[in-house]
Design a protein around this ligand. Structure first.
Ligand code: NAP
Length: 404
């Protein structure tokens, strides 16, 4: 009996490995099925949508635990490290941002060249072209004049919004060389030919009557009568007042009368001229709004170019004209740009409230009081005081004025 009991016990014990083996097989089968299922889920999420990717790894991680054997562990590996690795990367740029700080502390436009050539030792440029910027029936004489700047040591370099000095040939009434006259540069740093070695001006011949006699401005007449090949003494570049902001998403409001359009032409070419855009890495993404004052339609300078830019970039460029001798303001007087400013005061003020907006004025000094008056009215409608606001804009480097 004791023998047979031992036999039974031993027999029972002998079945234990079989039972363990049986359970092991069942469990293994189950784990393998689970692995297949999770594997399929991960795949389908990957295909269906990229953003859901990070959700997938969480699932295989759970079944991977019971699966002691090496095989189930394998799918768990790619799931976990692959996705977290991506978010870890964006953390890296934090360092460059920190190291970039000293550069940000640099004064804006500190690398813009100034006075490379002084009036006492000017650069000698060569006229490459000189043509009328006016259309048939326009008043007066306005020329677009281009100079070759190549061969300078140091090179004559400039940026949009700067001016240069011109030393007219000859002597004044006292037998002394003419003093330099400043002109706003009308070309971008790449020049009209995009070669980076020319500079263009937009010059009206100054003429006025004195004692019944027509007096011609010395320097403007000299410039307007130049021919290709002529040598001209040029100083500069000068000025940092009218430079464009570096931010590509800035908004630029431009108020120009007559040849005051010169710097604005450079800005607009920089923003919208296709070859310019190819040349530089500065891609304008903001809103530009040009207000242009001229006596007649035929006097609108570079009008065809601006209309073309407007048609190509309707979302980015607005172009409003004040044609003083063809249009009337609400009081029946000549239409000046300040009348246009008043018409659009609300929109202009909405733009000014955005710290990314800059305002540029160039041309007749006489337009400034008119612009101030229009802005005062517009500001008051919004409960603001323009006399307080304007100096603040100027201090913030957002109000740029160059008027003669
Ligand atoms: P323009 O072709 O005669 O055009 C000037 C326009 O402004 C005309 O429509 C004129 O109207 C109008 N205007 C006259 N008085 C005005 C006033 N108080 N407010 C607003 N608009 C007024 O111009 P321009 O002969 O080329 O003269 C441009 C001026 O800008 C020159 O004095 C030039 O020295 C100066 N400018 C300055 C810079 C600079 O500072 N960087 C650059 C270039 C030019 P009506 O004639 O019909 O009255």
């Amino acid at each position: 009996m004791a023998y047979s009991e031992t036999k039974v016990v031993l027999g029972g014990l002998a079945h234990i490995p079989i039972i363990i083996g049986f359970f092991y097989l069942i469990r293994r089968q189950y784990s393998f099925g689970a692995m297949l299922r999770t594997g399929n889920n991960a795949l389908s999420e990957k295909v269906s949508s990229a953003p859901s990717k990070p959700a997938a790894p969480a699932k295989p991680a759970a079944p991977a635990k019971p699966a002691a054997p090496a095989k189930p562990a394998a799918p768990a590996k790619p799931a976990a490290p692959a996705k977290p690795a991506a978010p870890a990367k964006p953390a890296a740029p934090a360092k460059p941002a920190a190291t970039a700080k000293p550069a940000a502390a640099k004064k804006p436009h500190s690398e813009v060249p100034v006075n490379t050539y002084k009036p006492k030792a000017p650069f000698t440029g060569t006229v490459t072209e000189n043509y009328s910027a006016l259309k048939e029936g326009a008043i007066g004489k306005v020329q677009h004049i281009t100079f070759d700047l190549s061969g300078g040591d140091p090179e004559f370099k400039y940026v949009e919004g700067q001016s240069c000095g011109i030393l007219a040939a000859g002597e004044d009434a006292k037998g002394k060389p003419h003093r330099p006259r400043l002109y706003s540069i009308a070309s971008t740093r790449y020049g009209d030919n995009f070669a980076g070695n020319t500079l263009s001006l937009c010059v009206r011949q100054l003429q006025y009557e004195k004692d019944g006699e027509t007096i011609n401005g010395v320097c403007s007449t000299y410039l307007c009568n130049l021919s290709p090949g002529d040598k001209v003494k040029i100083s500069g570049p000068v000025g940092k007042e009218m430079l464009l902001p570096e931010e590509e998403d800035s908004n630029i409001i431009m108020l120009a009368t007559g040849t005051g359009i010169a710097p604005m032409r450079a800005y607009l070419r920089r923003m919208f001229e296709p070859t310019e855009i190819e040349k530089h890495n500065w891609k304008f993404k903001g809103k530009a709004w040009l207000f242009m004052g001229a006596p007649k339609t035929a006097n609108l300078l570079y009008n065809d170019d601006f209309e073309h830019y407007k048609s190509k970039f309707p979302e980015n460029l607005r172009y409003t004209k004040a044609i003083s001798r063809e249009q009337q303001n609400t009081k029946g007087g000549r239409m000046y740009i300040q009348d246009r400013v008043l018409e659009h005061a609300d929109e202009i003020f909405n733009m000014i409230e955005n710290p990314k907006t800059h305002i540029y004025l160039c041309g007749l000094k006489g337009m400034e009081p008119g612009i101030d008056e229009a802005m005062t009215t517009a500001a008051a409608a919004k409960g603001l005081d323009w006399a307080e606001l304007r100096p603040k804009l100027r201090k913030a480097g957002r109000w740029h004025a160059e008027t003669y």
